[in-house]
Structures are given as structure tokens and as C-alpha cells.
Ligand binder design. Structure first.
Ligand code: PHE
Length: 541
């Protein structure tokens, strides 16, 4: 083991003990965490739950809603035919409510959107892109991955939207960072190698510390033996407890094959190089509760959910942009423009799914505290691009069958398609970035963004240059009727504004992903819609 590791040993142990609450003043004062691991069935999730290290963010997933039949006051106007608005209509109609949906766009779905050849992407700056993808190719500019435990899956089942696996993690994908110390700068590091090495080294350190009696304050003799045995297997260590690389990291030097080709395992990267690469950040993202494999996508594009729901709901008034939201004595009055002419509609209730970023620009009768809350929530600054290539070089040259490469060169992530494997062409997400970098890309013309994606991406995949066909890009803060990615609460805005947003204002109920703890997920829209449908039902049932 290199000297860096020896020096880092104490630090590692401290971190480890902190994670498992093993410090002297901690809750688990001595040793028995292994017993707890065993008792919990050995799964990380179970152990983390046992140690209360995970937040509780699961969807309720309670099955179909059973609303009471609607009473006389049953007219509901719904603002927005995104997933929240359509789900509210879908659920309320089952109970006999008369719902009208106003939708500013000419399509349903809002952010649940799929772009295909011939479609247009218009931004508030006036740019218009007409997408040139080949037949059968598509790009999901908004939501693109569904966790198994989200209620979204339940709605796909109920609506009959077929799903396929979305590879959110592929051991063949890369971590590629430039300008980092430690020897891995500018190197395409396979996830498989980084994972095997990080695990091996951490196991080695802990196994050594335990076997050298450095953890006696925490471990009984028996626990110690069991821990070392565990780490030997977990980390793939030598009998003498060294990590020297193993087959888990693959045979990239010389592959295993027939006859006299046993394969050659490369030497591991150093632990310091992996730390400097930022591997912990990448891996912990992949391990997030909402990001863990398996993940899913509708076959043919995310908008399958929206278009199927729209068919069930019917009667969506497209091209209807809301210009005023008013309270009346017993209900609501909504003014909107419909193909250029001004119209109004009155109803007993209003479900308003317009994103707060847009809602704050619309004249309304919301009470002052509600106005303040609507104005007080930030939205994600985020953008994406899609690049169609005429050859699947990532599959053909690099064995990457789906998955996501992470990088620090401004692109955020590069997504390889999880469908139409082995076909000729394919659409790759060239970047998906956030914050200041996303704003920099967003300020460019759509074409310049794509050129930038190609220029930067070709440092990872030089094949970009010779196989690029056509591309598209978008910046969510400049997409009309969205003006941002999704609600991003801070602890303060959650405390200060969220409770008010959840309370109806007169007979107006706000609804959408921004009214949930699943912000940035379709599940937030579904959950919120179900809740609001129930609340209206309780008020007038
Ligand atoms: N659901 C989106 C995604 O997976 C946005 C998001 C990212 C939401 C990370 C929460 C956390 O990319």
C-alpha cells in the first residue's frame, strides 16, 4: 500500500466510524453494528434504514383513488394539461366531476415531452429549432428516467404504457475529469474499474485496522473476525488483506478469450487518484434512492405517458393561455386567450398546475401571503442537448450499451440510448447540466450549444466529429410556460413558503411537482394531483 494510504488510514477510520455512529459519544457505542448488519439481512438499504441514515421519500403508491361521487358544486377548471392537471382530471372525472382543462400549448404533457423529427423547440429569446432527427429517433428533453418505487410506474400500469429498462448506471460507462490531480485527469475511467478499486482499498484499510487491533474500542474479538472475513470478500482482498486489483475491474489490457488467452487484469488506480477524480460524488449520486437501478422509461418516448393520459381525459382546450386568475363569491373566474380572442370560464373550483415561475407573472386575486410564497421559490437552471450520430460508436467501439458518462468539462453527463441497441444510428444526450454552466450554455444560440457539446464531447469520444448527423438543445428557463426546470426549495423556502402553497386560496388549489417532496420528478405531479383531487372531494362531497 502506498504511503498516502497509510497516512490516510486514520482519517478513513474516523470517517467510517462517524458514518456508523461509532464514536465514543455516538448512539452505537460499541461494536455490535455487524450484528445489526446481519440482523438486517445484510442489505445496505436495510442497514442504512436501521441506522436512520436515509430520508423517507417513498411515494405513497396507494392504488386507485376512491373518491366519493361529486355533489352539485362539481365544476372544476384545471390550468395546465401536464401530468398533474391531467391526473387530477382523470381522477375527478371517475367521481363524476365536470372538468375543463386549459392548456397554453398545442400538446399535452408539459415537461413530460418527447421531441422527434419535425418537432419545433421554441425559446423565449425567439429562437426556433426544427428538429431533424431520423424517423424512429427521439429525445426526452424533460423527464427521462423513472425509479421503480415511484407512483409513475403505477400510472403506467393503469394506463397501459409499456416500459423498458433505462440504464442509469452501466459498469462500462466512464468517469472523465480534466484538471484534477492524481494521475487520472483526461482519462476515460470505466465505472467498473473505479468501483472495484475504491471498494478494494476501503476494505483493505478497514481490514488492516481491525486485524491490527486498531478498532478494539468498537469491536469484540468475534466481531473483528467476522468483519475481516466480510471485508476480504467485499473488497476482493488477497489472503494477506491487500487489494491488488482483481477480475471485478475487468480485463481491459488483454481480454479473456479462446485457446491461450487467459486475459490480463490491469493494475488498480491508486486510491488518491480515485479520490481526486471525485469518484465519491459520482458514485453517491448513482446510489441515491431515486437514482438506483433498475430504472425505467416508456418504450418510444416519455410523452407516451402524457399522450395516453390525454386520450383518457379527452376534452383538453389547447392553445388557451391563462391571463387572469380571479376569485368569485363561491368559486373562480379564469380569463384566457384562445387563438387570439379573450374568453373566460367560471367554475366552482380551480386546480392551478402552472409552474410558480410562470404563475408569478399572471395577474391574479391570490392573497398577499400566497403571492409572496408563489414569488419565493426558485426553479432549477438546467438544459440538455441531443446529438444524432450515424453510427453507434459507443456500442461498436467501446462496448457501452446504454448508461451515463459523467464529466467535469461542462457537459454534466452524456447519456447513451437504452433502446434500439445494435441499430445503425442513435441519439445521445450530449449534455445535461445545471446552474452556472447550464446558464452559460443557455446563453448560446441553439446551434452553438450543439457545437459546444460536440467540441467538448469529442474529447471523450473522438468519433463525434466524423459521425455527427444533427442535433437539438434546450434551456429550460427559456422554455415558454415553464421558465425553469423544476422547483428547487431551500430549507428556508420549504419552511417559509411551502406550507402556504399547500393551502387552497379560496377555491383555488395549487398542484404539481412543486407541491411535493418529489420535486423534479413526474411522481411529484402524480402525488400532488391525487392529493388535490381528494381535498376537493372532501370539501364538496
Ligand atoms: N429527476 C431529474 C433527474 O433525475 C431531476 C432530479 C435530479 C431531481 C436529481 C432530483 C435529483 O435528472
Amino acid at each position: 500500500m502506498c504511503s498516502f494510504l497509510v497516512e490516510s488510514c486514520a482519517w478513513f477510520l474516523l470517517s467510517f466510524c462517524a458514518v456508523f455512529n461509532l464514536d465514543k459519544g455516538g448512539i452505537v457505542k460499541r461494536r455490535d453494528f455487524i450484528t445489526r448488519v446481519a440482523a438486517a439481512g445484510g442489505s445496505t438499504y436495510a442497514v442504512m434504514k436501521a441506522l436512520d441514515l436515509m430520508g423517507e421519500t417513498a411515494s405513497a403508491q396507494t392504488g386507485p383513488l376512491n373518491l366519493r361521487p361529486a355533489s352539485d358544486r362539481s365544476r372544476v377548471v384545471i390550468l395546465g394539461a401536464g401530468l398533474a392537471g391531467m391526473t387530477a382530471a382523470y381522477e375527478l372525472r371517475k367521481a363524476g366531476y365536470r372538468c375543463t382543462i386549459l392548456e397554453a400549448r398545442s400538446r399535452p404533457g408539459g415537461r413530460c415531452w418527447t421531441v422527434r423529427g419535425g418537432d419545433q423547440i421554441v425559446e423565449t429569446t425567439g429562437t426556433v429549432q426544427t428538429v431533424q432527427f431520423a424517423k424512429g429517433e427521439y429525445f426526452n428533453p424533460g423527464p427521462a428516467r423513472i425509479p421503480q418505487h415511484h407512483i409513475t410506474i403505477q400510472y403506467c400500469r393503469e394506463l397501459g404504457v409499456p416500459l423498458q429498462v433505462f440504464a442509469n448506471l452501466n459498469y462500462e460507462q466512464y468517469y472523465y475529469n480534466e484538471g484534477v490531480p492524481g494521475g487520472l485527469a483526461g482519462q476515460k475511467v470505466r465505472a467498473r474499474q473505479a468501483k472495484a478499486d475504491a471498494r478494494g482499498y476501503v476494505s483493505e484499510l478497514l481490514a488492516k485496522a481491525a486485524s491490527q487491533d486498531r478498532l478494539d474500542a468498537q469491536l469484540t474479538e468475534d466481531d473483528k473476525t467476522r468483519l475481516v472475513d466480510f471485508l476480504r470478500t467485499y473488497g476482493g482482498l488477497d489472503p494477506d488483506l491487500f487489494y491488488r486489483g482483481n477480475a471485478r475491474r475487468g480485463y481491459d489490457a488483454a481480454r479473456q478469450g479462446a485457446s491461450n488467452n487467459p486475459g490480463k487484469i490491469n493494475s488498480p488506480f491508486s486510491l488518491s487518484a480515485l479520490i481526486n477524480l471525485g469518484f465519491a460524488g459520482y458514485e453517491s449520486f448513482e446510489q441515491g434512492y431515486d437514482q438506483q437501478m433498475l430504472m425505467f422509461q416508456p418504450i418510444g418516448g416519455m410523452d407516451r405517458i402524457a399522450t395516453t393520459l390525454a386520450k383518457k381525459v379527452g376534452n383538453i382546450n389547447y392553445g388557451a393561455a391563462v391571463t387572469e386568475i380571479r376569485k368569485t363569491q363561491n368559486g373562480v373566474r379564469i380569463v384566457y386567450t384562445d387563438q387570439g380572442s379573450t374568453k373566460e370560464i367560471r367554475a366552482d373550483f380551480c386546480i392551478c398546475t402552472i409552474p410558480l415561475s410562470v404563475l408569478r407573472t399572471i395577474p391574479s386575486d391570490f392573497s398577499p401571503d400566497m403571492q409572496q410564497a408563489i414569488a419565493g421559490v426558485d426553479y432549477a437552471v438546467t438544459g440538455k442537448s441531443a446529438l444524432q450520430f450515424n453510427r453507434r460508436f459507443w456500442e461498436e467501439d467501446e462496448n457501452i450499451m446504454g448508461g451515463i458518462t459523467s464529466t467535469n468539462i461542462g457537459l454534466g453527463t452524456i447519456w447513451y440510448p437504452s433502446h434500439n441497441y445494435l441499430s445503425q444510428r442513435g441519439v445521445v444526450v450530449g449534455y445535461y447540466n445545471f446552474g452556472a454552466v447550464a446558464a452559460e450554455f443557455g446563453a448560446l444560440s441553439p446551434d452553438a450549444r450543439v457545437q459546444r457539446a460536440i467540441e467538448l464531447g469529442s474529447r471523450i469520444h473522438p468519433q463525434y466529429r466524423s459521425h455527427y448527423d444533427t442535433g437539438a438543445s434546450l434551456f429550460w428557463p427559456q422554455i415558454p410556460y415553464n421558465l425553469g426546470g423544476w422547483a428547487t426549495y431551500t430549507t428556508a423556502s420549504r419552511q417559509q413558503f411551502y406550507p402556504r402553497l399547500n393551502q387552497p386560496d379560496g377555491n383555488i388549489f395549487l398542484c404539481g411537482e412543486h407541491l411535493s417532496y418529489l420535486t423534479g420528478w413526474m411522481a411529484g405531479a402524480f402525488e400532488s394531483a391525487r392529493l388535490v383531487a381528494q381535498q376537493i372531494n372532501q370539501r364538496n362531497g
